[in-house]
Design a protein around this ligand. Structure first.
Ligand code: ZN
Length: 264
């Protein structure tokens, strides 16, 4: 029961997952992908219907979620040029079909080379489940820990931002200065607020992920201050130099926000 990073199967404590190394029938490796050449700086969350309609979150989980398996197989068979890394079922099980260290999937156009894509399976009316969101948090904790992505979200006031961000686009001219966990809708006008809706970001925020007004550049101004305090170049983009300095200063995994499971 693993996810695969850099060719190594990682067990994630508390997370039920199936990778192609565990069972290639349940989690066949994706067929649409390219070699990863650039540093991963974002996790992008999607919903399978692209809308959350009522946007409900039900307690608990489904006992099993056949639709997750159907979608996982679909992405390896369809002639459409589409793929993603992880499918999080309504039963709270993650199907892991790519090694995002070695290859990138095709889920968010120009952001693909610098991101990892997660699909949340929904009921027909867009409903998600609390334990499914719990699994998402554990998965994003692990990805941010292993890929060294700062735990931050686009957030204003008491709500996540669910529209395109002016700093992102589909063409790839923008977005490289953005680090964190984002919505598909953040980089495209072709998706709505329901891709993936507020619930995934509320779950991550409740887990301690920081919220920044990205449109106002609050992430970059905050990181410039932190970088100055660390004595490193202050560009406001928290990538490898910043992670290394944070680690030297005692922050586990080079991340500002700690989560259970981070190594000291
Ligand atoms: Zn999407």
């Amino acid at each position: 029961m693993s996810i695969v990073l850099g060719g190594i199967a990682h067990e994630v404590e508390g997370l039920r997952s199936v990778s192609y190394l565990d069972d290639p029938k349940i989690a066949p490796r994706i067929t649409d992908s390219d070699a990863r050449k650039r540093r991963v700086r974002s996790v992008i969350v999607h919903t399978t219907s692209g809308t959350c309609r009522a946007g409900k979150v039900k307690p608990g989980r489904l006992a099993t979620d056949d639709r997750a398996g159907v979608l996982a197989r679909y992405q390896t068979r369809t002639a459409r040029r589409v793929s993603w890394d992880y499918t999080v079922g309504r039963d709270g099980v993650v199907i892991a079909q790519n090694d995002p260290v070695e290859r990138y999937s095709w889920h968010a156009t120009a952001w693909n080379p610098i991101s990892v894509g997660i699909e949340l399976v929904q009921d027909a009316d867009g409903t998600l489940y609390e334990e499914q969101l719990g699994a998402l948090v554990l998965l994003v904790d692990e990805l941010t820990r292993r890929l060294r992505i700062q735990r931050q979200l686009a957030w204003v006031g008491d709500a996540p931002v669910l529209s395109q961000l002016a700093r992102a686009d589909e063409k790839g001219a923008k977005g490289v200065d953005m680090v964190g966990v984002f919505a598909h809708v953040h980089n495209t006008l072709s998706r709505g607020a329901g891709d993936p809706g507020p619930a995934p970001f509320r779950a991550l925020r409740a887990a301690g992920y920081e919220g920044f007004d990205f449109a106002a550049g609050a992430d970059r101004s905050t990181w410039r201050e932190r970088q100055r305090a660390l004595g490193i170049a202050a560009d406001g983009i928290a990538l490898d130099d910043t992670c290394a300095a944070l680690e030297r200063s005692g922050r586990a995994c080079g991340l500002w926000v700690p989560r259970p499971g981070d190594a000291p």
